[in-house]
Design a protein around this ligand. Sequence first.
Ligand code: GLU
Length: 418
Amino acid sequence: MSENIFETAQQQIKDACDKLKCKPAVYEILKQPMRVIEVAIPVKMDDGSTKVFMGYRSQHNDALGPAKGGFRFHPAVTADETKALSMWMTFKGAIVGLPYGGGKGGIACDPKQLSMREKEELTRGYIRAIAPFIGPEKDIPAPDVATNAQVMAWVMDEFSKITGYNAFGVVTGKPLILGGSEGREKATAMGCCIVIREAAAKLGIDIKGARIAIQGFGNAGSNLAAILHDMGAKIVAISDLRGGLYNPNGFNPYEVEKRDEAVQFKDESCAAKYPGTQFITSQELMTLDCDVLVPAAIENQITGKNAGSIKARIVAEAANGPTTPEGNDILINNGVFILPDILASAGGVTVSYFEWVQNLQNYYWTREEVMERLERKMVTAFKNVYNISQEYGVDMRTAAYMVGVKLLAEAMELRGWL
Ligand code: GLU
């Protein structure tokens, strides 16, 4: 079966359309993005040479509103990957009830090899190249893998230079001082923790003392560890791409410095710093004895090869597309409760939406207001997906797509597209 995530995304949408017996035009429209922009971005490097980077922005569907979604810096970025990620964003936004379509972007580069100045040049060049196609009413980028609030500040600044005024609403995930929202940085993790809590309650698992393994220690993974620890869960393992730490008795994630600052899970030596922990590889983490497994890194981590050995009762997909279709089928056959990416990782775009609303109104909310609204959105989304899964007797992933397809089909019908 396919590990091409574009084909995976198509299959997921097709399954939901079939279950809902939609008009064929629904799938015909949704099976690909409505627009894909490919740009070549020349950057003057620190050594005086000029290097050209390929960048993409995919806008999947705008039936419900302007395109919305992050952009990433990663060596594996391709047009196909960006297309699939934009398709997932359409559904992610729809199931939490946002007035958005899906968008996604990426630049093929290795951010670890770039200086701050080179990253800034690259970001500004990318925004200049896609500027005619983005904007607060058209398409609103945000952070994704290896892009952060500083990068979003450059996006806002570059776009504002083009428009001639401060266009805060063109991008979300900005620093607070530049129109960012309270709570945005932790939002993906917080949203995921809320749906883990809801799923645990349905399965009769007490979150206090529940054993959690988290793959990925970036923005989502590190904040997830901290929040779940605060909720009383036991963090038994964390890892980044190279490896990680395991302690069956749990450890305090606050003691583990954030990856980009000091933590390098590269070999046994990192475990020595944390008594009681042992070094594990990122793949070993997936099959540990635990209650909740959270893939919070990148695509295709749970596959036909390792899914059968997963012992967790809940898999909460904080990353986009961490499970291949083959891996998915095995988990379902084994009775694992999956919180699919388009639900479990929707907290980030939800608070991005709050940020955009605040930018459009020039009126800013408190952290409590943001968190309260996030809680409501995530709990409602979980209930809607869970209820569809019960009503149709389908797994949570299919149910999540069904919630999205229903809304999109209704909007497209009313707009006269079908
Ligand atoms: N990159 C995040 C995601 O995949 C956030 C997108 C956004 O805030 O627009 O959901």
